[in-house]
Design a protein around this ligand. Sequence first.
Ligand code: F0G
Length: 359
Amino acid sequence: MSPDAAATVRPRLMERYRRFLPVTDATPSLTLGEGSTPLVPAPRLGAAIGVPGLHLKVEGQNPTGSFKDRGMVVAVSKALEAGARAIVCASTGNTSASAAAYGAAAGLEVIVILPRGQIALGKLLQALMAGARVVAIDGNFDQALAIVRALAEQEDHPVTVVNSVNPFRLDGQKTGAFEICDDLGRAPDILAIPVGNAGNISAYWAGFLDYAREGLIAATPRMWGFQAAGAAPLVSGRRVEDPDTIATAIRIGDPASWDKAIDARDGSGGRIEAVTDDEILAAYRDVARLEGIFCEPASAASIAGVRKIAAVGAVDPGATVVAVLTGHGMKDPHTAEREVAGVVDSEPTLGAVAVALGW
Ligand code: F0G
């Protein structure tokens, strides 16, 4: 297939939504095939949690397996346009995997600062395979981000920060909201999303507002954000010094987009609530077993949150609810391994296999 034919089948994100993005004729047309991810109806999971109108936005199908690619393609293209040679980010894993991939494709040096021992194996290997220089600090994500901001001030080493404090990241991430509206032919009634550094909930809200302003949707959804109970500063209203959760992607105590997330919540008539690690893990198993979609633990926070609110009768059964599954489950094999029963060993005979199956 020619590159043009490929673009017709899977349109380039920056072309598809060009009029909503900071793309000019001088912006390089970088792509790894990001965006245009499926919006999947989830009737079995929906029935199990009492939300018949549940749909899943499967962001694990992006090139590096998470939603970060939507924002990274724009941020790295704009960095190239501005003549950058190097990019830098702090990360709980997915931002670094995405920055490393787009940086490699763009021929840029990539520097990543991570909290040591807190990154899912697949994400770390993605960054290293793509040639990023990875520094692991004995600290958390919030400290890593503070160091990244300081590194960017060093005049002798010019680097562009590609965390979501870079506005081009949020511009790109708005496209998730556009795609959901385009697929449904309207906005959902409720958009459920995990919240860590709070960039994505802010970007989705900005995207829905763009579409409403252009008259492309008649109403905006209520934004329901979910944090892990051990890392829920937006719920308590207080910074968390030592955030902790099994969902390492959202193990963040001082979100950079704090105010924007509160605006999304309040402007949409929404809510930001906490879900426990046990609730996250139950949702993580159920979305795989009932819908066949393997997401990462942080992503399952959106399902855990909707389930919790539906359980107290606060979800209208006629509501169209979209839960964003932000990243792919294969990134984090260790958490999955702890959740499954494992294989049954057998001798290589029909009889032994029948016994193993309990037939
Ligand atoms: N889900 C996943 C899988 C993530 O990786 C992240 C954030 C979030 C949800 C939360 O999104 O930060 O915009 O509120 N991961 C960042 C990273 C922090 O470094 O990969 P957010």
